[in-house]
Ligand binder design. Structure first.
Ligand code: SPV
Ligand code: MG
Length: 534
């Protein structure tokens, strides 16, 4: 429905309706999200947000530019506080034309003299417009509008200027006859006696609009009983955000850091949401040809200390242990870079501050001691929004191994070493597969039947090395698994193999890419020696 029609329906609906102040695109969006059916484009709030006074210091085209952002950001109508119409009848005509072009639902003009002053400032000294001149301005606006539903509301300032009820009624009637769609009767009293006395005499000649900023203690039901059509909450967003901005700047200035501030403001991702970044992400898929490549995320689980490595990990997590000149993690990251994957997230825990490589997204599993791998992975759940490589942070492997995982088009792929070293007694993730490695030479595809945490044993088909690829769909399924389970108490103990088993048990095929050696994991001192030779 056209915004003009929406606004007219609000005004003419039999029940009391409400619109709320906004002063830019963002606040307009917040008003719409809160459930309001219309927006008040407040002169006070827009001028304040621009850092100028409510005295027509911002030009009418500058106000128009703000309105364009507000209108573009929302699907509900805006009623502009058009002050005095920014000039005479001719300026009013031009204003109406431009507002219609920008999808604004209507305008309210007040019977004062340009440049105006806010009604709550020196009201008694404010001169009122000549009645006939103002009525002509309304008529000019009505004649100019091309959309019949565009609203022109006349705001009567007789009470503000101290002229009383008789003058208010005289003016309102002249404006109604000139074509005004409604009367906004304004008052600066702290009670509603003036506006209610007006409403009584007005006797429903046309819809009534109120701005109860000063008489805010009047119960809303009293407005209903007086058959008010529209109430404007005129400046409460600008006042609310000024308070918050003052608090937060004071805090940051005093603290010289962001710690306390961070907890009392919205996260950056809420800003992205309000900006509708999601839409651009989807549009990129449609319109950017190289987006089809679907950039890949890598998530490395590196939260654990590596207790079996004793004093070597007393001050750093094992992922930061140096093998030759570089840490395990640095080597892994270099491998990942070679596959043109730039978005790498490391889940840290033990001695998280020691994981300080450049260009890393770091998320922390604080409870790394009391939780399993799935809790760590859940910390990076936002990364599971596209093809994702999942890696354990304590392995070294030859480069081709990642290529195997990346190139396989299936949704869930794990790398399994079919060469089982039964002399090696560490417990690890061993796999029962639908096919052993030898069958893959004959073109058979192997899938996981089950992964068990066990000592090595010849009956297994291989050892999962801690590398997994999830396609965008696979990543979706992993995210679903996390969402469905993370509130259950047993989630804290789950490891990635439990998710693999859940996939296998629920009909999601987990493809195996077999390798034979060419990797090591670092669990104890002898692994470290092996790794150095690797
Ligand atoms: C505004 O919001 O700018 C108004 C209403 O004109 S008031 O400030 O209450 O006069
Ligand atoms: Mg105003």
């Amino acid at each position: 429905m056209r915004k003009t029609t929406q606004l007219r329906r609000l005004l003419e609906s039999p029940s009391l309706e409400f619109i709320m102040e906004a002063h830019n695109g963002l606040s307009a969006k917040i008003v719409e999200e809160a459930g309001f059916k219309g927006i008040w484009g407040s002169g006070l709030a827009i001028s304040a947000s621009l850092g100028v006074r409510d005295n027509n210091e911002a030009s009418w085209t500058q106000v128009l530019d703000v309105l364009e952002y507000m209108s573009d950001a929302t699907s509900i109508p805006i009623l502009l506080d058009g002050d005095t119409g920014y000039g005479n009848f001719n300026n009013m005509r031009r204003l109406v034309k431009k507002l219609e072009q920008r999808g604004v639902g209507g305008v309210c003009i007040e019977d004062k003299i340009f440049p105006k002053t806010n009604s709550f400032l020196r009201g008694d000294r404010q001169p009122l417009a000549d009645i006939d001149e103002f009525a002509g301005k309304i008529k000019a606006g009505k004649d100019m509008q091309s959309d019949d539903d565009f609203l022109i509301i006349a705001r009567v300032e007789a009470f503000i200027a101290g002229w009383g009820l008789k003058e208010a009624l005289l003016r309102a009637e002249a404006y109604r006859e000139a074509g005004a769609d409604a009367i906004l009767i304004h008052s600066k009293l702290s009670n509603s006696s003036e506006v209610f006395s007006f409403i009584k005499e007005w006797d429903n000649r046309s819809p009534i609009v109120l701005v109860p900023t000063k008489y805010y203690t009047t119960p809303t039901n009293d407005f209903r009983e007086h058959k008010v059509s529209l109430v404007i909450w005129a400046n409460h967003l600008i006042r609310g955000c000024v308070q918050k901005m003052q608090e937060i700047t004071k805090q940051i200035h005093t603290d010289e850091n962001l710690l306390a501030a961070e907890d009392s403001i919205v996260p950056v991702k809420e800003i992205f949401r309000l900006q509708d970044d999601q839409e651009i992400a989807e549009a990129e898929k449609r319109y950017l040809s190289n987006y089809a490549k679907d950039p890949i995320n890598a998530v490395i689980l590196s939260a654990s200390r590596g207790k079996l490595l004793g004093h070597l990990t007393s001050d750093i997590p094992k992922t930061m242990l140096k093998i030759g000149k570089e840490s395990i993690l640095a080597r892994m990251i270099n491998h990942i870079y070679e596959h043109d994957i730039k978005d790498i997230t490391v889940v840290t825990g033990y001695k998280s501050d020691k994981v300080d490589l450049p260009n890393l997204n770091k998320v922390v599993n604080e409870d790394y001691e009391g939780t399993g791998q799935m809790v760590s992975l859940s910390k990076a759940i936002d990364k599971l929004d596209r093809t994702t490589l999942l890696l354990f942070g304590d392995i070294l492997f030859r480069k081709y191994i990642l290529q195997f995982a990346i190139d396989d088009p299936e949704d869930v792929v794990i790398i399994v070493d079919s060469k089982i070293d039964t002399n090696h007694s560490n417990k690890s993730d061993f796999v029962y597969a639908t096919e052993p490695d030898v069958q893959s030479y004959f073109g058979e595809t192997a899938y996981v039947n089950k992964v068990v945490f066990s000592e090595p044993n010849a009956e297994f088909d291989g050892e999962w090395i801690g590398v997994m690829k999830l396609s965008a769909k696979g990543a979706d399924m992993a995210r679903e698994f996390i969402r469905e389970n993370q509130d259950k108490p047993e989630f804290s103990n789950l490891d990635v193999r439990d998710m693999i088993n859940w996939f296998a048990d629920n009909g999601v095929k987990v493809k195996i890419q077999y390798i034979s050696g060419h990797w090591v994991d670092v669990n104890n001192i002898s692994d470290l020696t092996l790794a150095s030779e690797f």
